[in-house]
Design a binder for this molecule. Structure first.
Ligand code: ZN
Length: 515
């Protein structure tokens, strides 16, 4: 028998026990949760590629850049220089009509105001090669994406907005017309040797002009269907512009015939404004990819450009330090994380053990090859590093530190459950790839006699590996993915390789390091 006094004590003890149980259930995860599952962040840069900037909007022509000046190679450098500093390959969206050196757009009269009388003589000069060569050579930091041929749609010189969908009458353009526009874009690309013959693919990224996108996943013809058959995998647009087509909700996205289409909004930088950054606080952004235009990256004059580049660098560093975002290194990586954020769950039931459930990932994501790395982050204190990390007992793909975080790049996940184990300490993970660049690492297989890296290279970049095994021989299994040279530092025990990929849209292959 329990007497009154003891019964009371028992009741209090029971309450404490319940309270403790409650606290541990509700806050248990929070107390130990160090792992973060941030959203990737990206900026799209529309309307690159124009040779002249002044708007012709008032006289039935294209609005172009909304800045009355001519462009040359100097106007491409800010994007590459900022990309190099923050480790991002920015998504550039190109208009190619004024890069046409053969006036072949006469054969595609709906692409320009002049139609069959299109004459680009005023723009044809060697500076065009300088610009396009620069774009090709800097694929590490600037992505060549598709925006359009002439930006609008002209019938007998009469303009209707916009190139890929009629947003004035809310109806699609004839499919044949759209195929012609794609063909015209390809033929202008080929004038700069950007063609399959020279090992270059069609752009993977697309932004429809004036957000005119024919969203029609259930039908036979859509902008996505047209784009997918030409190689486009990723698109972003403002869904609000095509409400009549029942697109996904604002701030979200969906798959249209194999193309991942995500909503993209503007946070304060007008399309025509020179030297203009988003003005809204980063944490208030309603989309993970935000809008910018070429003008926004350009200063009024050369002597002001460096200061503007610094402002963009600061902006991206602020993004990297935010709790919500990390800087996606390239569009594929952005899209991949976007999909994981939609469909995967990540929990850390005990410190250093993370459970990932990716069973809800749609199958069409795999059939369309839209998925790559998952990125998880750990907030680090001074002198602290992630010193070990394995996914189901295998090495993770790569590791990178920036903005006070350690970023874990996991290999592409199947529709399955995984366990990530990691620990913090004074030394970085060894051996591991230090992902300072903008390339993608799909697999890292270190070994005693031989190590292998499966990667996708954009342009020419340094690949840095923390390893105590010096290399005896390094080879690439893809002849178009070339190891230009390498150095091994015995002091730091770091191997650096300069690797160049041919395809402007990324060159994938396996690098073998013999020790
Ligand atoms: Zn545009």
């Amino acid at each position: 028998m329990i007497d009154k006094k003891h019964r009371k004590v028992w009741r209090i003890e029971r309450r404490i026990l319940f309270l403790a149980l409650f606290v541990s259930l509700v806050f248990g995860g929070t107390i130990y949760a160090q792992i973060r599952f941030p959203s990737g962040f990206a900026v799209a840069i529309d309307d690159m590629g124009w040779n002249e900037g002044g708007s012709l909007g008032d006289t039935g022509g294209p609005w172009r850049v909304g800045v009355r000046r001519n462009f040359d190679v100097r106007d491409y450098r800010p994007i590459v220089e900022v990309g190099r500093k923050v480790g991002v390959r920015f998504q550039g969206l190109f208009i190619l009509s004024e890069m046409d050196r053969l006036n072949l757009l006469q054969d595609y009269p709906t692409t320009t105001q002049q139609g069959e009388n299109f004459d680009n003589t005023a723009n044809i000069d060697p500076s065009q090669f300088a610009m396009m060569d620069y774009v090709k050579e800097n694929a590490a930091f600037l992505e060549f994406g598709l925006h359009g041929v002439g930006h609008e749609h002209w019938i007998d010189g009469n303009r209707t907005r916009a190139e890929w969908y009629n947003i004035e009458d809310n109806k699609p353009w004839p499919e044949e017309d759209m195929r012609d526009h794609i063909e015209a874009f390809k033929r202008i690309m080929a004038q700069y040797n950007l063609s399959p013959e020279y090992g270059h693919s069609f752009p993977e990224s697309f932004v429809p002009c004036a957000y005119g996108y024919y969203w029609n996943p259930g039908g036979e013809y859509s902008t996505g269907a047209l784009m997918r058959e030409n190689g486009v995998k990723y698109a972003n647009t403002l869904f609000q512009q095509i409400e009549e087509l029942n697109p996904p909700d604002p701030g979200s996205g969906g798959i249209d015939h194999g193309v991942l289409v995500v909503d993209r909004q503007n946070f304060g930088n007008p399309w025509y404004a020179l030297a203009s950054l988003p003005t809204a606080p980063i944490d208030s952004f309603r989309t993970d990819i935000v809008e910018s235009h070429w003008s926004n990256w350009l200063a009024h004059d050369d002597f002001l450009q460096e200061e503007l580049n610094e402002r963009w660098v600061n902006f991206f560093e602020e993004v990297q330090q935010s709790a919500r975002f990390y800087l996606a290194k390239n569009t594929e990586q952005f899209a991949s994380q976007w999909l994981y954020k939609q469909y995967a769950t990540v929990i850390e039931p005990t410190e250093g053990t993370v459970r990932i459930d990716n069973r809800e990932m749609p199958k069409e994501v795999y059939t369309n090859n839209l998925l790559g790395n998952m990125v998880l982050a750990v907030a680090l204190e001074a002198e602290q590093h992630v010193c070990s990390a394995t996914l189901d007992s295998q090495p993770i793909a790569a590791y990178y530190e920036a903005g006070g975080f350690g970023f874990l790049y996991l290999p592409k996940l199947d529709r399955d459950r995984y366990e990530l184990r990691y620990s913090l300490g004074k030394e970085r993970i060894r051996p591991s790839i230090n992902l300072t660049g903008t390339y993608n690492v799909y697999a890292w297989e270190p070994g005693k006699k031989q190590s292998a890296i499966d990667l996708q290279m954009y342009g020419t970049q340094e690949v840095e590996i923390y390893t105590d095994r010096s290399p005896a021989e390094i080879t690439s299994q893809n002849p178009h993915l070339v190891v230009r040279d390498y150095r091994y530092s015995d002091d730091k025990q770091v191997l650096s390789m300069t690797i160049a990929g041919r395809d402007i849209q990324g060159e994938r292959g396996t690098i073998i390091i013999k020790h």
